[in-house]
Design a protein around this ligand. Sequence first.
Ligand SMILES: NC(=O)c1ccc[n+]([C@@H]2O[C@H](COP(=O)([O-])OP(=O)(O)OC[C@H]3O[C@@H](n4cnc5c(N)ncnc54)[C@H](O)[C@@H]3O)[C@@H](O)[C@H]2O)c1
Length: 245
Amino acid sequence: MRLARQVAIITGAARGIGKAIALALVKEGAAVVLSDVSEDVHKVAAEIKQSGGQAVSMVGDVTKQADCEAMVDLAIKTFERLDILVNNAGITKDNLLMRMSEADWNAVLDINLKGTFLCSKAAIKPMMKQRSGKIINIASVIGQIGNIGQANYSASKGGVIAFTKTMAKELGSRNIRVNAVAPGFIESKMTEVLSEEARNRLLNLIPLGNLGKPEYVADAVVFLASDESCYITGQVINVDGGMVM
Ligand SMILES: NC(=O)c1ccc[n+]([C@@H]2O[C@H](COP(=O)([O-])OP(=O)(O)OC[C@H]3O[C@@H](n4cnc5c(N)ncnc54)[C@H](O)[C@@H]3O)[C@@H](O)[C@H]2O)c1
C-alpha cells in the first residue's frame, strides 16, 4: 500500500485513463475524490466503494473555477486533507488548421490547459498549508512533437508541459512536486475513432509494437504520487511504447 492515508482528486474520472488512475490509486490505499462532467463518475465511485475502497464523486467542469474549488472543498470536507491532484480531464477536436474553428480551438485550450490551471490553483491552497503535495498532469506526446490535425490539442498539451515545469519551480520549496505523464496512443474512447489504416500506421511507429492500455498510464501516475519518486519534480514521463524518444 504505497498510498495509505493519502487523499487524491482525479478529474475526468468517469471512464478511460481517468477511471484507470482512480482504481490504481485506490488499490495502493488512497481515498479518492472523482469529478467529471459525466454523471457516470458516480458509477465509478460506487464501484470503488463496493470493493471496499473510499471514494466520493461530483459532477464538475474543470473550466469553471467554482467547480474546481468545490472539488477541493469536497476532499477536505470528506477526508480532511489533500495529497494528490491528477489533472486528467481532456478532449480533442481535431481538424486541419485551415478548417479549425475558433470555437474548437477555445474548447480544447479551455478544458486541457485552463482546466489544469484552475484545478491546480484550487488544490495548492491546502497543499501549501500541509507543506506537502503531488500534482500530476496528463499531457501527451503530441505536446512534444505535434500532429497533423491537432493544432489545438498539441498547443494545449505543450502548454500543460510548460505549466508543469513552472509549477514545479514555484512550489518545490513548499514540498509540492509537480510532474507530467505523456501518454502515446492508448486504447480509449478518444482513440477508438481511429480507422484501421491509421491504427496500423501508428503501430509501425511504436517500437514495443502495441497500443497502450489505460493501466500503463495509471502505473506511472502511482509512481509519481508515491514516495518512490520523492526526488523527482518538473519531469515528463512518456508512456508510449517508445514512440517518441
Ligand atoms: N487515449 C489516448 O491515446 C491519450 C493519449 C495522450 C493523452 N491522453 C490524455 O489522457 C486524458 C484522458 O483521456 P482518455 O483517453 O481517457 O479520454 P476519454 O475521452 O475516454 O476521457 C476523458 C474524460 O474527461 C471528461 N471531461 C471532458 N471534459 C471535461 C470537463 N470540462 N471537465 C471535467 N471532465 C471532463 C470526459 O467526460 C471523460 O470522462 C486526456 O487528458 C487526454 O488528452 C490520452
